[in-house]
Write a new protein. Structure first.
Length: 201
C-alpha cells in the first residue's frame, strides 16, 4: 500500500500558499484603483478651480455693475459742472460779445460764454447742431421746448437744414435770445426747423 499522506500535505500547503497569494493580489488590485481614483479626483478639482469658467449670469452681473458705475460717474460729473456754471455770468458774456448781425460763429460764442461762467468744456464739436451731448456733459438736460417761458441760461439747438449745414445754437440772457448776434426771436430760420431745448436742472 502506497502512503499518500506526504503528497496530501504537500498539496494542501501548495493550495494554501496559492490562496494567500490570490488574496494579496486581490487586496493590491482593490487598493490601487482607489488610490488612482483619488489622485484623478484631486487633479480634476485642481483643473476645475484653475480653469474657472465665467457663466453668462456672472458676465451679465459684471456688465450691469459697469453700466451702473458709468451712469453714476456721468451723472455725478454733470452735477458737478452744473453747480460750477454761473448763468448770470453766462448771460453777461454772451450779450457783451454779441454782434448786430450773424458772423456764422454761434457755437464759438456760446462756448466762450459757458467757459466764462465756469463750465469745463474739454472737447466739443464744430457744428452747432452737434452740441447736444456736450451740453449734457456739463450739466444741461434736454427738455421740451419752452420758448413761451424761457429761463436765464437756457440753450436751444437747431438741427441742420438744406441751407444751413451746421445748424444753430443760442442762449437766453433773461431778456432775449443771443448767439453770435442779438436775435429778434428764437426763430432765426425760416420754414419748419427742428429744435432741441436744454436747461440746467
Amino acid at each position: 500500500m502506497i502512503d499518500h499522506s506526504h503528497h496530501h500535505v504537500e498539496h494542501h500547503v501548495n493550495v494554501h500558499s496559492h490562496t494567500i497569494a490570490q488574496k494579496k493580489q486581490s487586496i493590491k488590485k482593490s487598493s490601487a484603483p482607489k488610490h488612482a481614483t483619488n489622485i484623478h479626483s484631486r487633479h480634476k478639482e485642481k483643473v476645475n478651480t484653475k480653469n474657472k469658467v465665467t457663466t453668462p449670469k456672472h458676465k451679465s452681473t459684471i456688465a450691469h455693475k459697469k453700466i451702473k458705475t458709468t451712469k453714476y460717474t456721468y451723472h455725478a460729473a454733470a452735477q458737478k459742472h452744473k453747480k460750477a456754471i454761473n448763468v448770470s455770468k453766462f448771460a453777461h458774456t454772451l450779450t457783451h460779445n454779441a454782434y448786430n448781425r450773424s458772423t456764422e460763429k454761434c457755437a464759438k460764442h456760446v462756448r466762450l460764454a459757458l467757459e466764462s461762467a465756469g463750465a469745463r468744456v474739454e472737447s466739443h464739436p464744430i457744428a452747432a447742431a452737434d452740441w447736444g451731448q456736450t451740453l449734457e456733459k456739463i450739466g444741461y438736460k434736454r427738455i421740451s421746448p419752452a420758448f413761451d417761458k424761457p429761463q436765464e441760461g437756457d440753450i436751444y439747438i437747431i438741427s441742420r437744414t438744406k441751407t444751413h449745414g451746421y445748424g444753430h445754437i443760442a442762449g437766453y440772457t433773461g431778456k432775449s435770445w443771443v448767439s453770435d448776434f442779438r436775435q429778434n426771436s428764437y426763430a432765426v430760420y425760416g420754414g419748419n426747423a427742428s429744435y432741441k431745448y436744454y436747461r440746467l436742472i
